[in-house]
Design a protein around this ligand. Structure first.
Ligand code: B16
Ligand code: MG
Length: 216
């Protein structure tokens, strides 16, 4: 039967974390909060609102809902200016061959991302046509490790969770896939992806034979 291969966006298809970092750092600076690349690690896979709360926590700062709303808008405007010139050169190594192989075998490809900017990013890097379904931060109410984003993607394609395979770089995303009884494939640092069923440093290590081994 047809499988659903569900891809996370940031850290899997593209490295937008570096742009999120620049935009959050700008805001943190204006608020007098020290925000380092190490802090940024904790924001990977985390929603925009939750990210702001974590940053405010770093500075022991409290804020009104109006202030938070204003800062979220500002952060996103800065982020959008940083990603404006993204193009296909920013697709991470090995991703395109894997997408092409999955498609050549007749399986479904979906996006399962926390980002509300996922669609414009897929357009910019010119890979929209690969996706049979897209579920992003605009579509879900529960953030990873809740499996909502992946389960919705599988449902849209009419595929069971057991026939779904998730590529993720965040701990919360791996947990979400596991909770839903999907096959989880961690991409990135092995130390943080211990819970994944399979693990690869990046997509250049994923051979067609590995994808094939998932198809039975
Ligand atoms: P936005 P993913 C996540 O993307 C990022 O890893 C995370 O850092 C970001 O806060 C979140 O998207 C929301 O992004 O502000 O664009 O809505 O890894 O789930 O693809
Ligand atoms: Mg990610």
């Amino acid at each position: 039967s047809k499988k659903a291969f569900i891809f996370d966006l940031d850290g899997v298809i593209v490295d937008t974390a570096k742009y999120h970092f620049l935009a959050w750092q700008k805001l943190a600076q204006e608020l007098g909060i020290e925000f380092t690349p190490e802090h940024n690690e904790e924001l990977k896979g985390v929603s925009r609102v939750r990210s702001l709360e974590i940053i405010l926590g770093l500075g022991n700062l409290t804020a009104t809902d109006e202030e938070k709303e204003r800062w979220l808008i500002k952060k996103n405007q800065d982020y959008l200016s940083y990603i404006e010139n993204m193009d296909e050169d920013e697709i991470l190594p090995g991703v395109l061959p894997v997408l092409e192989y999955i498609r050549s075998q007749g399986h479904f490809i979906a996006l399962g991302s926390a980002s509300k900017n996922a669609r414009p990013i897929l357009e910019k890097v010119n890979i929209m046509p690969f996706f049979d379904a897209i579920v992003d931060g605009n579509d879900v109410t529960n953030a990873k490790p809740d499996p909502e984003v992946f389960v919705r993607a599988a449902r849209l394609l009419g595929v069971t969770n057991e026939n779904s395979i998730v590529f993720e770089d965040s701990v919360a995303g791996i947990q979400a896939a596991n909770i839903a009884h999907m096959t989880s494939i961690g991409i990135g640092d092995p130390a943080i992806l211990k819970e994944a069923h399979y693990h690869f440093k990046d997509f250049t290590f994923i051979e067609p034979s590995f994808i094939e081994s998932l198809l039975n």
